[in-house]
Structures are given as structure tokens and as C-alpha cells.
Design a protein around this ligand. Structure first.
Ligand code: URA
Length: 210
């Protein structure tokens, strides 16, 4: 079982994250690093996938070899920044089923408002990995996991790049059964709900918007 919180301290992850945090890093650079880092995070979040064996014939002999068991896993991108993490993970797990949940943060209340949801069928039989680079207040992450549970998901993990202590607490309260995997836990949130020191608005950094 993964712990409730796993911080991936691998040197490559930490090095790439530092470059992503730097405000001088270009949109192209940010995007490339996010794709690279998501491969490394995907490795961690997919630890302990169910395995079985199959009989194969190597050039030398027959063997019982390990393969993944069960239904294809479901990756759920929390729009729009989740797509940056999704692309990298899909390179590693190309057969995964993919869903999208669109939530925007009301700038006054900082509460999530859902505007889109399309998720794969049979969520109850899959490992479901929800991805969003920034676990800030935790409001949208909690709302996304609420929705996934309403749709039947039972085995869910949450993958992000950066987490604020406030977001981790909120997730732990609302969904103690959902392990979080992140590259770093930052100091705090500012008054606008941004992670400090953070990396700014992940969607803007990724897509070159303001
Ligand atoms: N979303 C972001 O993109 N950045 C933050 O710091 C917090 C939420």
C-alpha cells in the first residue's frame, strides 16, 4: 500500500522541478520538463500495480513471465493543467483509458465549479489515477475525487507536481483512502490561493497564456 503522501525525492525529479520553478524558463522548456518529470512520477504512482504471469517462449526456453493484471488503468486529467502530466504518463502507459474533469476556481470563493466531466466506463474495476500538477487549496482535487467516487471508482491515487500543506490536509480529511504522490511539498498558500514558492500558474506556464 502507498502511504497517504509520497514525495518523490529522486535527484532527476528535483533537478527538473527547480528548472520549472525558475520564472526565466520558457514555455517550451517548461512543457518538455513537465513531460519528462511526469514519466518519473508515473513510475512511482504505478508502483504496486497488480501483476500476474503469462507463459512465453524466449529464444532459449519457455518461461512464466510477469505482466500487468486486471483492467487497463484510468488516467483522469483535471483540466486544463492536468493535460501536461497526462501526456507524459500516456507515453509510459499507452493503453490506459483517459477521462477529463473540468473545474474552474471561482476567483472570489476559491471554490471549484464543474463545467465538464467525461470518464471511462467500469471505474470500479480500475486503478484510477487523477492528475493535476498543483495541489493548492485542495478544493478542486477533493471535488474531482468526489465525482470519481460517485462514478464508482474505489481505488484512486492522486498525482501532482507540487503540493501545499493546506491541500494535503484537505485531501487527507476528505479522502484519507487516496494516496498522494508529489515531487515536493511547498511552504504555504498565498492570499490568492497560489502555492509559495511554487512555480506560478501551471496552466499559464505550460500553455504560454497569462
Ligand atoms: N494552481 C496553479 O497553477 N498554481 C498555484 O500555485 C496554485 C494553483
Amino acid at each position: 500500500m502507498l502511504d497517504h503522501l509520497t514525495v518523490v525525492t529522486h535527484p532527476l525529479v528535483q533537478h527538473k522541478l527547480t528548472i520549472m520553478r525558475n520564472k526565466e524558463t520558457s514555455t517550451a522548456g517548461f512543457r518538455r520538463l513537465l513531460r519528462e518529470i511526469s514519466l518519473l512520477l508515473a513510475y512511482e504512482v504505478t508502483r504496486e500495480l497488480d501483476m500476474t504471469t503469462t507463459t512465453i517462449q524466449t529464444p532459449l526456453c519457455e518461461m512464466e513471465a510477469p505482466i500487468l493484471d486486471g483492467k487497463k488503468l484510468a488516467l483522469i486529467s483535471i483540466l486544463r493543467a492536468g493535460n501536461g502530466l497526462l501526456d507524459g504518463i500516456l507515453e509510459l502507459v499507452p493503453a490506459a483509458r483517459v477521462g477529463f474533469i473540468g473545474l474552474y476556481r471561482d476567483p472570489e470563493t476559491l471554490k471549484p465549479v464543474q463545467y465538464y466531466a467525461k470518464v471511462p466506463e467500469a471505474l470500479e474495476d480500475r486503478l484510477v489515477i487523477a492528475v493535476d500538477p498543483m495541489l493548492a487549496t485542495g478544493n478542486s482535487s477533493v471535488a474531482a475525487i468526489d465525482l470519481l467516487k460517485e462514478k464508482g471508482a474505489k481505488n484512486i491515487r492522486f498525482l501532482c507536481l507540487l503540493a501545499a500543506p493546506e491541500g494535503i490536509e484537505r485531501m487527507k480529511e476528505a479522502h484519507p483512502d487516496v494516496p498522494i504522490v508529489t515531487a515536493a511539498v511547498d511552504e504555504k498558500l498565498n492570499d490568492h490561493g497560489y502555492i509559495v514558492p511554487g512555480l506560478g500558474d501551471a496552466g499559464d506556464r505550460m500553455f504560454g497564456t497569462k
